[in-house]
Design a binder for this molecule. Structure first.
Ligand code: FA5
Ligand code: MG
Length: 382
């Protein structure tokens, strides 16, 4: 009953039908806008910068660990809630489980919010060393480096006992060392000399955990999460007493740094001025800005209700304005001391990557956004 995705190719993952992901279930929060991204599989399209990054990481990993890693880039993005969260030890009260952050098909099924959703499943199939790449879905704010659909590459590397023993190190230390050396190697392979730094982090499925940040356009950009795998994940799904490390790379972020791509929406355009700039496999391509059309700003102020959330606002803006919405930014907030009500003012910037927007057009979009906000978010427009 599954139908093939629009651009059928030999690699194309099966895509769900609309009815499979947009259901009448009260927990369902998948929008048409999100549905339209499932099955597109940018990471499988040869010549797409995300595919080029994927292949470059494969190359490096195969060189460092010949014949070790199996590769998956066609795993179905609609997964059991258990696989996405419970199997990787995400606590029941963790924010990522909230429908404010994750797309639920129903209580038992989600659009994966990370490729770690496949860790346990693949380990149970006996795969101890794999790279799993795919589209992931998150309700998130809107700006140049955040998009509700993006791509990750997961790595899991299990070390057999004789292997880590031969290092003469404690297993956790051996894992941490190999993990960091590997990722620094990947970064050097792609970027040559680049300023990067390790930051301590927390993930329920690794301990210790780290994030790698790269200096990009005047700021530190978080490009991956990683760590030494929690023992129980290996014990329960693979083999007792084995040790391992894992990482999850944000492919868009790496592609932005490597190819100088300034805005995450550019990955989704089929404007030839973008696509023609990236020959398959060419790591030396650099994005040359094509005339950037001017942005158009619209402000919107309202009294917030207790249920108000910024992710809901962003989602709503995106479902009305699509990729024309470049950024949604809080520019003012105050609380009336007498009534104790809080007012917020958001500035939406609209911009097309492909053409100049007319005033009428944006006014019309903004009207629809305002209507939708008043109706769906139960706030009082000012
Ligand atoms: C994770 O998703 C963990 N599963 C990563 C991991 C795997 C840790 C295995 C340990 C072991 P995080 O939520 O930080 O972690 O996301 C990982 C990366 O995805 C980030 O570093 C960033 O590069 C990218 N990312 C996160 N949110 C977005 C977004 N909205 N748009 C684009 N990229 C994003
Ligand atoms: Mg993070």
């Amino acid at each position: 009953r599954r139908c093939a995705a629009q651009a059928a190719g030999p690699q194309t993952a099966l895509a769900p039908s609309r009815e499979e992901v947009i259901t009448a279930d009260p927990a369902n929060n998948v929008t048409d806008n999100i549905f339209s991204k499932i099955g597109v599989n940018l990471h499988q399209q040869r010549g797409h910068p995300l595919c080029t990054i994927k292949e470059a990481i494969y190359d490096y990993m195969d060189k460092e660990f010949p014949g070790v890693f199996s590769k998956h880039d066609n795993l179905y993005p609609v997964v059991p809630t258990v696989a996405n969260f419970d199997d990787v030890l995400v606590p029941l009260d963790h924010v990522s489980r909230s429908p404010n952050d994750t797309y639920y098909v129903n209580k038992a099924t989600v659009l994966r919010c990370h490729t770690s959703a496949h860790q346990a499943e693949l380990l149970r199939k006996g795969e101890g060393n794999f790279l799993a790449t795919g589209d992931v879905y998150r309700r998130d704010t809107i700006d140049a480096t955040h998009y509700p659909v993006f791509h990750q590459m997961e790595a899991v590397r299990v070390m057999k006992e004789d292997y880590w023993r031969a290092t003469g190190l404690e297993p956790v230390v051996a894992c941490e060392r190999e993990l960091k050396a590997t990722l620094e190697g990947v970064a050097r392979h792609l970027f040559g000399d680049v300023e990067c730094r390790w930051v301590d982090a927390y993930f329920p499925f690794t301990e210790p955990s780290f994030e790698l940040e790269i200096y990009f356009n005047g700021d530190w950009l978080e490009v991956l999460g990683c760590g030494v795998m929690q023992q129980s994940i290996l014990d329960d799904n693979y083999a007792a007493g084995t040790k391992g490390w894992a990482f999850g790379i944000g492919l868009e972020r790496w592609a932005m740094v490597l190819f100088d791509i300034p805005d995450i929406r550019l990955f989704w355009t089929d404007d030839e001025r973008m696509t023609k700039q990236f020959p398959p496999g060419d790591l030396s391509a650099r994005f040359k800005p094509f005339s950037k059309y001017p942005p158009c700003f619209k402000d919107m102020a309202f009294w917030v209700s207790p249920e108000f959330s910024e992710n809901n606002l962003c989602e709503l803006v995106r479902s009305v304005a699509g990729d024309l919405a470049e950024e949604v930014k809080l520019i003012d907030e105050f609380t009336n001391p007498k009534t104790n009500r809080t007012s917020r003012c958001y500035r939406i910037s609209y911009r097309s990557m492909e053409r100049s927007l007319t005033d009428e057009e944006i006014n019309e979009v903004q009207f629809r956004v305002r209507d939708a906000v008043a109706e769906k978010l139960k706030v009082e427009l000012r």
